[in-house]
Design a protein around this ligand. Structure first.
Ligand code: FAD
Ligand code: UDP
Length: 391
């Protein structure tokens, strides 16, 4: 019942569920979670492909990794994790190389056996045309880090496909997500903790919502029911920020992905979970083969599920996946943040609510902070919901 809720949470992704779970279990308050989709969990939702039983992440492959001990301990209250360590390979011009760029990639690309020092020297020489500190865009940054040859092989084509924007027009930060290593370590993530939920993302997310003080209402759009929420009820809103304000400052730009799924009559299609395709003339960016995320599970030995990923700008009705963040977007974002600060009963959070690319551990971490800094003082001391709030 909306009328009886102490808190309304809009969106049942990791941000919304973390807020709901803490407020319900630690503060003993009644929380109603609304989601317009027909399932909970937001973009981390997964389901078994019916023909093969293989778990497929419906909104793109999700790998959990964090160096935040608090987030890791919190996640472990709801799920155990496998020992999965993410690795990625990349196809370029008919050969396969390990990613991110490491000693294996450099040695294979240049066709030489290199010591770490020799590789470092070779890359420094290749990269000397640009000073990293002055790199003004993604292309310059990448060249300054790995040199022109490796940039043109592994980054330029992939990035053009992924962003449909020339790398000279993209911010340098996009590429600093990827490490460069002068060892044969080809783990994709550097974090202290990593793994996949033993019985799947949906089981994990469902356990977070499984509390007598939490009611989840699916197929419910906040904007269709908000009239029924009594004035003064606090709201945590994790839907799109621009939509909340009726797009009054213009639409924020997003990229979307198309996932093309196939069940193939082979036991093993590519021998690894994720294969990137760096060549510009291959239209997709990568192929996921989901059975390899869980080698510990039983799966059919004569069938497999693959998903090809294609990237493009989001139009009306598309799922917003990655904030594009042009200077124009940032200008609009500032205007929306000012409007958001004036909504006395509403806290904005999560990927869509703050127009930020957040990994799962970041969404969980920032939700825990919101509970600490805003909702706990509000419910336990009667503090104003947004006292001194800068956002
Ligand atoms: P979401 O999960 O998007 O949840 C928001 C929810 O709000 C949705 O369920 C939506 O239906 C609901 N909603 C919106 N508007 C309304 C409304 N008006 N009324 C009711 N409900 C509404 N993170 C990682 O850590 N590792 C990865 O490997 C990884 N891979 C990713 C791959 C892709 C393709 C994408 C897009 C993201 C990936 N992420 C990954 C990020 C991860 O998905 C997010 O960190 C996480 O989903 C954020 O949770 P959230 O609650 O902020 O948002
Ligand atoms: N990237 C690339 N080649 C690759 C992998 C990544 O050029 O083989 C670049 C690309 O610009 C991408 C960025 O590095 O947008 C970040 O990569 P990441 O794998 O973190 O992207 P995500 O998984 O979030 O799509």
């Amino acid at each position: 019942e909306l009328a009886k809720a102490d808190l309304v949470v809009v969106g049942s992704g990791f941000f919304g569920l973390t807020v709901a779970e803490r407020v319900a279990s630690q503060l003993g308050k009644r929380v109603v979670v609304l989601d317009r989709r027909d399932h909970l969990g937001g973009n981390a939702y997964s389901e078994r492909e019916p023909e093969t039983g293989i778990e497929v992440h419906r909104y793109g492959a999700h790998l959990f990794h964090t160096s935040n001990k608090r987030v890791w301990d919190y996640a472990n209250e709801f799920t155990a994790f496998t020992g999965y360590r993410h690795t990625v390979w990349s196809v370029f011009a008919g050969r396969v190389y390990p990613m991110p760029v490491n000693l294996g990639t450099i040695s294979a690309y240049f066709g030489r056996v290199l010591t770490p020092d020799e590789a470092r020297e070779l890359i420094a020489d290749e990269a000397k045309e640009i000073d990293s500190a002055n790199a003004a865009n993604l292309e310059e940054k990448a060249i300054s880090l790995i040199g022109r040859s490796l940039y043109e092989a592994f980054i330029r084509g992939y990035t053009k496909k992924q962003w449909q924007t020339d790398p000279t027009e993209l911010p340098a930060e996009v590429i600093t997500r990827l490490p460069v290593r002068y060892t044969y370590d080809n783990r994709y993530f550097n974090d202290a903790y990593e793994g996949l939920p033993v019985d799947g993302y949906t089981a994990w997310l469902s356990r977070m919502a499984d509390h007598p003080n939490i009611e989840v209402r699916l197929n419910t759009d906040f904007f269709e029911v908000r009239d029924r929420i009594p004035a003064g009820t606090p709201i945590v809103y994790t839907g799109p920020l621009d939509r909340y304000f009726g797009h009054s400052e213009g639409e924020l730009g997003w990229r979307t992905l198309d996932f093309v799924q196939e069940v193939l009559p082979v036991g093993n299609f590519q021998g690894t979970p994720v294969m990137n395709y760096a060549d510009e003339d291959v239209p997709y960016t990568r192929i996921h083969e989901f059975k390899h995320f869980h080698p510990e599970r039983e799966s059919p030995d004569d069938r497999t599920v693959i998903v090809r990923e294609y990237s493009r700008a989001a139009g009306p009705g598309d799922e917003p996946y990655y904030p594009i963040n042009t200077p124009e977007d940032r200008r609009k974002l500032l205007a929306y943040r000012e409007l958001a600060a004036r909504e006395a009963d509403v806290l904005f959070g999560g990927r869509l609510g703050t127009y930020q690319y957040l990994d799962m551990h970041m969404a969980i971490g920032s939700a825990l902070s919101l509970v600490d800094n805003r909702l706990t003082p509000y419910f336990t001391e009667g503090a104003p919901l947004k006292a001194g709030l800068a956002d």
